[in-house]
Design a protein around this ligand. Structure first.
Ligand code: NAD
Length: 494
């Protein structure tokens, strides 16, 4: 990957994108489109179809027909595996093009986008492709005169709704296990990050996925997302996004066919630094990186820094130094470490959070405002706010932007109490050289993932999911198959 190739790709005009329904590219039923603005410079990049209720219904019908005639579920596992492996290969072959397109659409810095988007999506697809013929049914330990078989069957039609941060990675977390187990899918990307998912779905068809098995409908959440949520023909909804939308999806399920709803929601993850951390300089760098990469638009962002009081001032100074050293700007430059904020709306929301934090007694020790306004793009300086009281908005609500709140603590008990004092439970970390304390913290902090002496590391072999109001169910690992399969018992009298 070199800057010249990236610059050549960024200069390419972007085609207008339509939905992908039943294997065909189709415009909105009323021909309407919506402008897609690039966070890099605020300019219109292209248009995508503004989906209608009729478009979403057509996609669901296509998915249902594909599932009922078993054109995918009925194929031998080895065949499904071959198609999915080919899909992963095509994504990798087009990785740089996909990454640049995604960055122009959503603003993530290119270094991270390349790894986290096509790279991770291909890896996830390959993981589930390889796994799909290694998951067996069961024979139950019944009495001798019967045979009890436990089959795992696809659930049917899966509706997947994903957010604008890491659309390919998060999309693949849903699509790969859903398709590997034989389901049909209707995918609804976020308004501000549709392009790479549409390209990715085209590549799935190029790899041999039969038409109708994967459909993508773009447009507004309140229109096409709602239609998907309320459909009587969707069996399972999988979602990553905000808590507010998650609540709506649960309502849609209750108002329609009681479809199962799996939610991956936000977080307010505590990064807890004890004075006995093995390497405080490293911890400070990771604290900044874990918060500010992708301009803080990471569900597991280390957004609450809890620091033992005895090292508070020195440690915060190190974090500020690390934050100020991070290169913010054009996300298509290879040396950029913090790209653009995804939308103007999100930028305004981030700035309001800083104002509120100050009104509630917080001290902005670096950043706090919009920068690079002359580019027309949406950039914000990495921001550190100290003196954040546990009940303050910045300690309680997810910003989803580059704003770090710092709160001191005196004892391990207080650290645990503060860590668990939000409605969320997505991720966390503790930095300590004390082995007993490390294990105690892993158990005591309410979170789907706890890191020790690191932050944010993960791979496809381990589950990611939240507890509390961070969601239910998991993405990644073999455990994700549970969301996309039903258990069926066969009770056979011998
Ligand atoms: P969002 O909830 O606004 O949007 C997510 C998706 O829901 C989009 O596709 C949107 O169009 C759709 N949507 C919006 N309103 C809808 C409605 N009424 N009915 C159906 N669908 C609707 O979230 P966002 O701003 O795109 O993403 C940011 C949020 O996602 C943050 O809260 C972040 O923490 C969370 N997130 C969580 C994880 C995780 O794994 N837990 C990962 C990434 C992001």
């Amino acid at each position: 990957m070199d800057q010249k190739t990236i610059d050549a790709l960024r200069a390419r005009p972007v085609e207008t994108f339509s939905h992908l329904i039943d294997g065909k590219s189709v415009p909105a039923s009323d021909g309407d489109t919506m402008d897609i603005r690039s966070p890099i410079d605020g300019q219109v990049l292209t248009q995508v179809a503004r989906g209608t209720t009729a478009d979403m219904e057509a996609a669901i019908a296509a998915a249902r027909a594909a599932f009922e005639d078993r054109r995918w579920a009925g194929q031998p596992p080895a065949m499904r595996k071959k198609v999915l492996l080919k899909w992963a290969e095509l994504i990798e072959a087009n990785a740089l093009e996909l990454a640049v397109l995604g960055v122009r659409d959503n603003g993530t810095e290119i270094g991270m986008a390349l790894k986290a988007e096509p790279g991770s999506a291909a890896g996830t697809i390959r993981y589930y492709a390889e796994a799909l013929d290694k998951v067996y049914g069961e024979i139950a330990p019944t009495s001798e005169e019967v045979l009890g078989l436990i089959h795992r069957e696809p659930v049917g039609v899966v509706g997947a709704i994903v957010p604008w941060n890491f659309p390919m990675m998060i999309g693949a977390w849903k699509l790969a296990p859903a398709l590997a187990t034989g389901n049909s899918v209707v995918l609804k990307p976020a308004e501000t990050a549709s392009l790479t998912l549409l390209r990715m779905a085209e590549l799935a068809h190029e790899a041999g996925l039969p038409p109708g098995v994967l459909n993508v409908v773009t447009g507004e959440g309140a229109v096409v997302g709602e239609t998907l949520g309320l459909s009587m023909d969707v069996d399972v909804l999988v979602f990553t996004g905000s808590g507010a939308t998650g609540r709506r999806l649960l309502e849609y399920a209750a108002r329609s066919n009681l479809k199962r709803v799996y939610l991956e929601l936000g977080g307010k993850s505590p990064n807890i630094v004890f004075a006995d951390a093995p390497n405080l300089a490293e911890a400070a760098k990771v604290a900044a990186g874990g918060m500010f990469r992708n301009a803080g638009q990471v569900c597991v962002a280390a957004s609450r820094l809890l620091v033992e009081a005895s090292i508070h001032d020195d440690f915060v100074a190190e974090v500020v130094k690390a934050a100020e050293a991070m290169q913010v700007g054009d996300p298509l430059r290879l040396d950029t470490q913090i790209g653009a904020v995804n939308s103007e709306v999100q930028l305004a929301q981030n700035l309001r959070f800083v104002e509120t934090a100050q009104a509630e007694g917080g001290q902005v020790v670096t950043g706090g405002g919009r920068i690079l306004e002359e580019t027309g793009g949406w950039y914000m300086a990495p921001t550190v706010v100290t003196d954040v009281r546990p009940e303050a908005s910045l300690a309680q609500q997810e910003v989803f932007g580059p704003v770090l709140g710092v709160t001191p603590f005196e004892t391990e008990e207080e650290a645990v109490r503060l860590a668990n004092a939000t409605v969320y439970g997505l991720a966390g970390a503790a930095w300590t050289a004390n082995l007993g304390r490390a294990h105690r913290m892993t158990r005591a902090v309410r979170a789907g993932v706890m890191h020790i002496n690191t932050y944010g590391g993960s791979d496809g072999t381990v589950p990611l999911g939240g507890v509390g109001q961070s969601g239910n169910g998991v993405d990644k690992s073999l455990h994700a198959f549970d969301k996309y399969t039903d258990l069926k018992t066969a009770w056979i009298k011998l």
